[in-house]
Write a protein that binds this ligand. Structure first.
Ligand code: C5P
Length: 433
């Protein structure tokens, strides 16, 4: 599964390290959080510095490490109140018995306990301690207080401990802790998108990639489509709050986070799945797939053996998926794509009409710098006449960026609330579509 990490790039994490042997694992937490794109600042208690040095965290986080409350120099840089405001989340890992007790009691006699009181950000703690200390009534009482106060507790694992004991109290693996933090921001982002996103609550179906038309059990006809544009659009629709189903031809791409993927192979399978999705409920249908125009008339049951100098394979036309869906009575908002090598805009505009689409995005695949396998694209978007929207040129940009702009175009057109597929006044008679 691939995550859109752009959500993360503006988020600030304070990782607070307290005194316990698990402090060495916190170095890995910083690494992982940085890999995800978070800005990380580390706060260390005096106890933590007995286990690991501030220099380690400074090097890994790329930021100065904060250790003192009453240090004029540190306060002149980023004072404790400023630091508390800077954080989008405070993660205390490992959280010692002592730090938990201080939080529960509301003490403010060092930098970390003061930050805890001064922040509005969510506080997560990953307790790590000897199993007997974990089980102690006072610790459990303090933990309950913190849970009541809204602190999120990452429960310790059971297992053998550094002190030789066996039981609950080990800090979970640092990679898992960092992953949970990343997921938290994604979920928060999702909740906002589902309410306020440009496609909030919309059910979107996207076809992507090539199709594969079998010749015999081992051979097929296909094309060079990589599916990148369709997968980027799926991610952008999900980020805009939609429920996304991706009908993917054979491609080697990770499924975007949150997207439901159904793998298909041939054009007929893609059409069957498209019809099923339409029945299940679909508001917007986006056809990015490079569907094979023809399939083999009769697929050989066994591998075709080499024989004469020539071999003729008879092909029959595949159904046009996007046009078939557009013909249905309960048709969704229809978006098509056109890849052309000449007369790009004229052909695309004609396809908009011929296939009864609401919107079409076209690109010039004769340009070597964009299209198919490239990570970049440039497109022109046309809307059916009744939307009364001017064509839009999407300048060369990453496929993610183009996908985002396409979502905006869909949103703008849908705001018009116009029926589609009729009254498009274009003279298409001279064009061979
Ligand atoms: O006619 P052409 O293949 O150029 O049209 C491209 C558009 O039609 C794309 O949106 C493509 O996904 C869709 N299409 C389809 N089924 C086909 C052929 C194309 O859905 N058999």
């Amino acid at each position: 599964m691939s995550f859109d990490l752009s959500v993360i790039s503006s988020k600030n994490i304070i990782l607070a390290v307290t005194g316990g042997i698990a402090a060495y694992k916190s170095a890995i937490i910083v690494r992982r959080l940085k890999d995800y794109g978070f800005d990380v600042r580390v706060v260390m208690t005096h106890g933590a510095q007995a286990f690991i040095t501030p220099l380690t965290f400074q090097a890994l986080s790329g930021n100065p490490v904060h250790t003192e409350l009453l240090n004029p120099e540190a306060e002149a840089g980023m004072g404790h109140i400023e630091l508390a405001r800077w954080a989008d989340l405070i993660l205390v890992a490992p959280a010692s018995c002592d730090s938990i007790a201080k939080f529960a009691a509301g003490l403010a006699d060092d930098l970390l306990s003061t930050l805890y009181l001064a922040t509005k950000a969510p506080v997560w703690i990953a307790p790590a301690m000897n199993q007997q200390m974990w089980a102690a009534k006072a610790t459990q009482r303090n933990l309950n207080t913190l849970v009541d106060d809204g602190v999120h507790v990452i429960m310790p694992d059971a297992g053998s401990q550094a002190c030789g004991d066996v039981g609950l109290g080990r800090m979970p693996e640092p990679e898992d802790i960092a992953y949970q933090v990343m997921q938290y921001f994604h979920k928060a982002q999702r909740a906002i998108a589902e309410k306020f996103g440009q496609l909030a609550g919309q059910r979107v179906v996207i076809t992507a990639g090539p199709t594969r038309e079998a010749i015999d059990p081992v051979r097929y006809i296909s094309n060079h489509s990589t599916g990148k544009m369709g997968f980027s659009i799926a991610a952008a629709c999900y980020a805009a709050g939609a429920q996304v189903t991706l009908l993917a031809g054979p491609v080697s791409l990770d499924t975007p986070n949150g997207v439901r993927r159904i793998n298909v192979s041939s054009a007929l399978q893609m059409l069957d799945q498209s019809m099923l999705q339409l029945e299940a409920g679909c508001d917007i249908f986006i056809a990015t797939a490079a569907v094979a125009d023809y399939r083999v008339a009769e697929v050989a049951e066994h591998k075709i053996k080499k024989s004469g100098d020539e071999l003729a394979i008879s092909l029959v036309k595949n159904p046009d998926i996007v046009a078939t869906i557009a013909e249905q009575q309960k048709r969704p908002f229809m978006v098509g794509f056109a890849a052309e090598t000449r007369n790009v805009e004229a052909y695309a505009a004609a396809k908009l009409v011929a296939k009864k689409l609401d919107m079409i995005a076209c690109n010039d695949v004769s340009r070597p710098d964009i299209g198919f396998a490239s990570d970049q694209n440039a497109m022109t978007v046309f809307f059916a006449d009744q939307y009364q929207l001017d064509k839009r040129d999407l300048e060369k940009a990453s496929k993610q960026d183009i996908a985002q702009q396409l979502v905006e175009a869909i949103h703008d057109a849908r705001l018009q609330h116009q029926p589609a597929g009729r009254n498009a006044h274009l003279d298409v008679s001279a064009l061979d579509t």
